[in-house]
Write a protein that binds this ligand. Structure first.
Ligand SMILES: NC(=O)c1ccc[n+]([C@@H]2O[C@H](COP(=O)([O-])OP(=O)(O)OC[C@H]3O[C@@H](n4cnc5c(N)ncnc54)[C@H](O)[C@@H]3O)[C@@H](O)[C@H]2O)c1
Length: 150
């Protein structure tokens, strides 16, 4: 495995099992500090421990991405522990366990609250925190160039 994310900070939502867990383990294996953001606190803590046991660095934060205050706390904690967030993987998602034709309004709201608003909320919350020096130069420079017409 390469170490192409050495020293980067990666937040992975829904990382307590399944694909999120696999993504978290892979980032850690490639050198990233990983924040395991997970609804189920035990699963999140287990994955963070699994990463540390393999020689990586990880912290777990219990979070429900459908709750604004949880997401704010997640990124506050990530920045407190690691200083910045370089990478966000919006993996957390749910599927209501019934045929889509039978979805109630509450089912739709729950699913969209996690799958759509949860991802958007996390991206916005992350963008409001300090950017990594690794990321800062490119985006503002491109915008500044566009504004100046050069
Ligand atoms: N597995 C598939 O075939 C498939 C297909 C299409 C899309 N997806 C999407 O890919 C992602 C990962 O799929 P998976 O099969 O690994 O899912 P999974 O159900 O195995 O794992 C999802 C993880 O997200 C966590 N989670 C759920 N709601 C959360 C919330 N509100 N806040 C924080 N964490 C939450 C769960 O506790 C769980 O640990 C999901 O978004 C899923 O909808 C999966």
């Amino acid at each position: 495995m390469t170490r192409r994310f050495e020293g980067s900070v990666a937040v992975v939502t829904g990382a307590g099992r399944g694909m999120g867990r696999a993504v978290a383990l892979r980032f850690a294996g490639e050198g990233a500090h990983v924040v395991v953001a997970e609804l189920n606190p035990e699963h999140g803590a287990e994955v963070a421990e699994e990463i540390r046991a393999a020689g990586g660095t990880a912290a777990s934060v219990a979070v429900d991405v459908s709750r604004t205050e949880d997401v704010a706390r997640l990124f506050d904690e990530a920045v407190r522990v690691y200083g910045v967030v370089d990478i966000l993987v919006n993996n957390a998602g749910i599927a209501v366990a019934r045929p889509i034709l039978d979805y109630t309004e509450a089912d739709w709201d729950r699913q969209m609250g996690v799958n759509v608003k949860g991802g958007a909320r996390s991206s916005i919350s992350r963008r409001r925190r300090p950017l990594s020096p690794r990321l800062t130069p490119r985006w503002p420079t491109t915008r500044a160039k566009a504004r100046s017409g050069k």
